[in-house]
Each structure stands twice: as structure tokens, then as C-alpha cells.
Design a protein around this ligand. Sequence first.
Ligand code: 5GP
Ligand code: MG
Ligand code: MG
Length: 180
Amino acid sequence: MQLVQVRDKQFEPYLSEAVILQKVKGLAAQLNKDYEGKKPLLIAILNGSFIFAADLFKHMTIEAEISFIKLASYKGTRSSGHVITAIGLDTEVTNRHVIVIEDIIDTGKTLTAFLPQLYNQQPASLKIAVLLHKPEATVYPIAIDYCCFTIPDKFVVGYGLDYDGFGRNLPAIYQLHEEG
Ligand code: 5GP
Ligand code: MG
Ligand code: MG
């Protein structure tokens, strides 16, 4: 097994680039169908979702917009427990068909904190699309409308996801390697 080093930790291959891309293309095809004629607004949550959002969006063939916000809650390999809005939303969501794009739902805290802000602006509809979901770690349940992969409660990096700022540029997804 080919381990990769990110900062002080070792990670093992988990989801290959090809497997990820196949799922992301499948999700884009689904959204093309579900949102035909609706001109949806995708809201991607930085930093973690930037590669997922880009791959997803470039495979969407319907008329659609994308905008970004930046929320942060993680320190190292554990959720810090509180959510900071580092860059807010600058796009009107009232009467829009909104799709929130998130890299991973872990405890659910980030989206639980952010979603009321969107609901308050009365979008025409609001759905959640995530690359990864860790159901065993979820403390604040979120109704996920589109999910590419359900994964165990293990820390992952790559394809936009970081460990302490690094590892986002790995094209595949890697799991924390536990020795022994
Ligand atoms: P939540 O608020 O659901 O606990 O966590 C959401 C955010 O924490 C995600 O958007 C992601 O940025 C980060 N996060 C959660 N689990 C992981 C993980 O396994 N690896 C990485 N790199 N980030 C994670
Ligand atoms: Mg995220
Ligand atoms: Mg992070």
C-alpha cells in the first residue's frame, strides 16, 4: 500500500481519482435532470469543496450559477466545535433554487449553523449536495439530498480536503493510516 505523508501524519489510499470523478459526473447528470429550466444557484462552501464544486459544475450542462462562501470549524483532525463565517454570501437567494455544495458532513455542525441564514432569505427550494458523509459522526442531523459517498468515521484528505492546510492538492482521497 502506497502511503502518503501530509504534515506529521500518514494516509492510505481510499477513493481513487477515477472512482470520484465517475460519481461526480453521475451527480452532475442527476442535477441536469432535476434542475432543467430552473436556473439553479449553487453555493459552494470554501475551502474544502472547491475541487468538488469545480468538477461538478463543469459537468453541468444546464443554465446555472455558482457562488462561494467560506466557513471554518476544523482544527487539525477534529472539529473545533464552533463555526466562523470568513467570507459571506454576496448573491441574492430569494426565490432561487439553491443547491448547497459541501465537501463533507461530519458532525453536521457547519451546515446546521449556516442553513438558517439561507432559509431566512426564502429560496424557492434548498437542497444539499455533498461529496462525503460520515453518518457515524453526525451529531446534528441534516437532510442530505445528494451524496456521492457514505464513509466511516475516519479522517480523510485530498480532492480539496485538508489536514492542517495541506493535502488539498492530492487528486484522490486518502484515509488516516492507523498503525498496529
Ligand atoms: P461538520 O461541521 O459537519 O462537523 O464538519 C464539516 C467540515 O469539517 C467539513 O466541511 C470539512 O471542511 C471538515 N471535515 C470534517 N470531516 C473531515 C475529514 O475527515 N477530513 C477533512 N479534511 N475535513 C473534514
Ligand atoms: Mg467543508
Ligand atoms: Mg479543513
